[in-house]
Ligand binder design. Structure first.
Ligand code: ADE
Length: 235
């Protein structure tokens, strides 16, 4: 899978893309990332990419022409001619969820457009397929949100996670009905008076399975009542 990232700060992505699972995904060829700055398409001697807002007000607004030129240049030299599905990173977008990651990870190429300054010229919205927000808070730019999207998608690609780390039975996964995961334990069996539940130690897999299902439901209802669905309804 390919990600094209439009960012004024491509250097932020260096260690992220060369470390741990992202580094392995790049090395194996499962993940390709192209970083391109709209500054390359900036205006005038200073290569400006932002300007003051029409109608007045504080702050600067990112220009639409530099962003669209950057997107079109990425399309023009796209490997195998595969044009990316364009996603604008903005606090006004749809909340990013596991279902969003699953959907994006099936696409051959996705471009993530990161803003800085106070926001985008609204006309850029006509040039993207969707808008995604990392959550109901405002970041200084879309880069951290873009890294979260790349990370969540890449670990779903075939062959990136080993079998032992499979992404099929984890919090928010369809296999768990979008619920939170059950509690996990490892050695020592007792730590400062807190013991591993007996049911996990007796090797009865039917009991373990039932306990885990009940714990996942209890935990989800307690912590995230918004995730609890009427029985058997797919998310
Ligand atoms: N840019 C600034 N804030 C953001 C957010 N919450 N999600 C995505 N991109 C952003």
């Amino acid at each position: 899978m390919r990600f094209d990232v439009v960012t004024l700060f491509p250097e932020l992505f260096g260690p992220f893309l060369s470390t741990g699972m992202m580094g392995r995904a790049v090395a194996s060829g499962a993940l390709t990332v192209r970083l391109r700055s709209p500054r390359e398409f900036g205006i005038g001697r200073h290569r400006s990419v932002d300007d003051t807002p029409y109608g007045g007000g504080s702050g600067m607004v990112m220009r639409v022409d530099c962003l669209v030129d950057c997107l079109e240049s990425l399309d023009a030299d796209a490997p195998e001619g595969v044009r990316a599905h364009r996603v604008l990173m903005t606090p006004q977008g749809a909340p990013f969820r596991q279902a969003t990651a699953i959907a994006l990870s099936t696409r051959p190429a996705v471009s993530l457009i990161c803003g800085r300054y106070e926001g985008f010229d609204d006309r850029v919205r006509a040039f993207v397929e969707e808008e995604v927000s990392l959550g109901d808070f405002v970041l200084t730019g879309g880069e951290v949100a873009a890294m979260a999207v790349v990370d969540a998608c890449v670990r779903l690609l075939p062959g990136v996670l080993g079998n032992a780390e499979s992404a099929t039975h984890e919090s928010h996964s369809p296999a768990l009905g979008g619920q939170l995961e059950y509690p996990q334990y490892t050695r020592p069996v007792e730590f400062r008076g807190a013991r591993v539940p007996d049911v996990l130690q007796n090797g009865n897999h039917a009991h373990i399975e039932a306990w885990r299902r009940a714990e996942a439901e209890r935990r989800t209802a307690e912590r995230r009542p918004d995730l609890v669905l009427p029985r058997n309804e797919p998310r």
